[in-house]
Design a protein around this ligand. Structure first.
Ligand code: WTA
Length: 669
């Protein structure tokens, strides 16, 4: 990589791009020859056609890739913009597409899920394999269980589960009867779970007694119990279904709580899929925004299904003989689209691993790849940087020759990590697909097609066919090559979010007002002279910590809800492993003694309010925070302080210059 060149164009928006990368990796011949998309000329023609008429392109995808109980005749309906409708007069069921249609072929006896638990007992780890036929049976039964608990089409079901097969079963069972799932990541606190359950108005929570992570027990049912009793609880919840995973002791509310295995044993077999209109809601998934309240991103059925089915096949080049391991938890959108719906809709075999990469030792992932002979591996850059820091010994001890394709998602991958991934994990033989997308986009929008495209470390390359992405200035004008600006998508695509649950106005405000009428991603980007998109990170107050989106406002609200805190401001600083780390500037209430015990108490408080993923890496106490004359906290200054330790930028709008001095000297806990 060349050294940063300070004379390169500096963008508007304060987005400066200094990365220059000139290494390029063409598809290896033996990969290309077998790929779904292998003919560059054909792909060029496909792209041209898709750009000329994206709606026609996606209609063809919808027809080819999915089974419809009632075929659609309309492609895109944009009359209620920015709330898109795709394939609106069609009807289908996504569980039918992921399961039943494969069970009518030889794939009934093919493995759909191969799951491995974290603990390692005398006989090795627990492994469960579900064929498509077996997964269908479980889904049919659990759909019947949900119905017996009064869940009907349109009702919301909250899933708070470890990464176990029951998570996929419960998602698909909801889809089978038209219920809407809202998966809440098992690392979220009782407060976060309660807020999300209430916002969605969920009738049922599906959880487990416990799960395993890093060798310790996560007491999920206890968290659900807390969420249901403290601070007004969650009045919409009528039933809790509990998977027995860890066998830990739990409290029981008779009438409300039900064992998964008991209900499943009593459930009838063979429940038929309920056809739903294409625009029927499929799931809500909460994600961080710039305000304190998480947004319930709503995805619907037909468009989402078409998008994730096609992108899973094209980007991961999935074939029947593959074993696809996407390491994401089902609590994140990646787990929805590329652990469950995308791969299963293609009839692929998915590997699911419950636990952490360092348990019981730092080679667990590579042990899994070797034992199961994983062929396609998809993970996050933060994980890769962790593996790099652990050194090569845990890796070279294993045979990774089954791998043929690698992927990344969640944050920009620095070229050094990319090249390391390519050499050390991929043995120099596997293309790497850097996939850019978001909870809101439903599926991948920017990524290489690995059989035809040259990969360049650090860029997700170009938008997929049918995706019209652009880099623009604030007024929506396209920017020339190498100038940083706002990453937008100009044309609706089928997997796009339909709205924010219960808040249509917020959807419009958040995504379609910065550049009026055009989808704004919240990310900055630049395009190089080859047309490759380089993602420069968020331009709003959202942090990306270890691939998890965390709104600075969420952490601030949590901090100020502590009785000792008068005011708080949260910023990110670069971190070599997690990408960004959270730094909190806290002004204590009068008379409060600051120091390490308060810092620990506040970290614990944030963990309790949101979850461990939002725990600040650093807390600095300050007698005041720098503000503009209109009272806005000047985060830019705080970012400089957090990153460099001093402030060099413009401070002319600062209200109280003394504050900066105080911030510098009071420092740490
Ligand atoms: C970031 C995860 C650079 C980006 C699927 C985006 C990326 C946010 C990439 C969405 C990538 C995701 N390169 N940045 N390949 N993939 N991001 O909603 O800032 O959890 O807006 O969805 O992650 O995070 P989310």
């Amino acid at each position: 990589m060349s050294a940063p060149d300070p004379t390169r164009p500096v963008a508007n928006q304060d987005i400066t791009s200094i990365l220059v990368e000139d290494r390029a990796f063409a598809p290896p011949a033996d990969f290309a020859v077998r790929a779904h998309l292998a003919d560059p000329a054909a792909v060029r023609a496909l792209r041209e056609r898709a750009t000329a008429d994206p709606v026609d392109f996606w209609c063809e995808v919808g027809r080819q890739d999915l089974r419809w109980t009632k075929p659609f005749t309309v492609g895109l309906d944009w009359s209620d913009a920015p709330h898109a409708r795709w394939f609106a007069d069609g009807e289908l069921n996504l569980a039918d597409n992921c399961l039943d249609r494969h069970c009518q072929t030889w794939r009934r006896h093919k493995a759909a899920l191969i799951w491995e638990g974290e603990p390692i007992g005398d006989g090795g780890p627990e492994i469960r394999t579900l064929t498509y036929g077996q997964l269908l049976e479980q889904v049919q039964k659990f759909a019947a269980v949900l119905q017996s608990l009064g869940v009907a089409a349109g009702d919301r079901v909250c899933l708070y589960l470890p990464l176990i097969p029951e998570a996929a079963v419960a998602m698909l069972a909801c889809a089978r009867i038209g219920a809407v799932h809202s998966v809440v990541f098992g690392g979220f606190s009782a407060e976060a779970l309660r807020d999300r359950t209430n916002d969605a108005g969920a009738k049922v929570i599906v959880t487990a007694d416990g799960g395993y992570r890093r060798g310790s027990l996560l007491r999920l049912k206890d968290v659900v119990d807390q969420a249901l009793v403290q601070h007004g609880g969650a009045p919409s919840v009528e039933h809790v279904v509990v998977v027995r995973r860890a066998g830990n002791e739990i409290a029981w509310a008779p009438g409300r709580d039900h064992w998964w295995h008991e209900r499943m044993a009593a459930a009838p077999a063979g429940l038929a899929p309920v056809p739903v209109p294409a625009e029927h809601p499929l799931f809500i998934l909460y994600t961080s925004g710039t305000t304190g309240k998480p947004k319930g991103i709503l995805h619907t059925t037909g468009g989402y299904a078409a998008h994730v089915t096609r992108t899973a096949r094209w980007v991961f080049d999935l074939r029947d003989e593959d074993l696809f391991w996407c390491t994401a938890d089902v609590g994140w959108v990646t787990g929805h689209s590329y652990v469950v719906y995308g791969p299963l809709s293609n009839g692929a075999t998915v590997l699911m691993y419950e636990g952490a990469p360092a348990f019981p030792a730092k080679d667990r992932f590579w042990d899994i790849v070797q034992r199961h002979r994983v062929t396609v591996f998809y993970t996050a850059p933060t994980a890769l940087r962790t593996f790099m820091a652990w050194g090569e010994a845990p890796i070279v001890a294993h045979d990774l020759s089954s791998l043929r394709l690698l992927g990344t998602v969640g944050e920009p991958i620095n070229p050094a990590a990319w090249v390391w991934y390519h050499e050390v994990i991929g043995g120099g033989r596997c293309p790497i697909v850097d996939t850019w997308w978001q909870t809101e986009t439903g599926g991948i929008l920017i990524a290489p097609l690995p059989g035809v495209q040259t990969c360049v470390p650090g860029t997700a390359t170009v938008p997929l066919p049918g995706i019209v992405a652009d880099v623009v200035d604030n007024a929506g004008h396209p920017l020339p090559a190498d100038v940083g600006g706002l990453l937008v998508v100009r044309h609706p695509w089928p997997g796009m979010a339909r709205t924010v649950w219960g808040d249509r106005e917020r959807y419009k405000q958040t995504y379609f007002s910065r550049v009026p009428g055009i989808y704004f991603t919240g990310d900055g980007a630049r395009r190089d002279r080859h047309g490759n998109f380089w993602i420069l990170g968020r331009v709003d107050d959202v942090l990306n910590v270890a691939g998890h989106r965390i709104g600075t406002m969420e952490v601030e609200s949590a901090l100020v809800s502590h009785p000792d805190v008068a005011e708080a401001a949260v910023v990110g600083r670069p971190d070599p492993v997690t990408g960004q780390a959270i730094v909190a500037f806290v002004t204590p209430r009068a008379g409060v003694v600051t120091g390490p015990p308060l810092g620990e108490a506040l970290r614990g408080h944030v963990t309790k309010e949101i979850g461990g993923l939002a725990r600040p890496a650093e807390i600095r106490f300050a007698l005041g925070l720098p503000k503009t004359r209109s009272g806005k906290i000047m985060r830019r200054l705080l970012r400089e302080l957090a990153t460099q330790g001093t402030v060099t930028g413009d401070t002319t709008t600062l209200e109280d210059f003394g504050v900066l001095e105080k911030l510098r000297v009071t420092d740490e806990e």
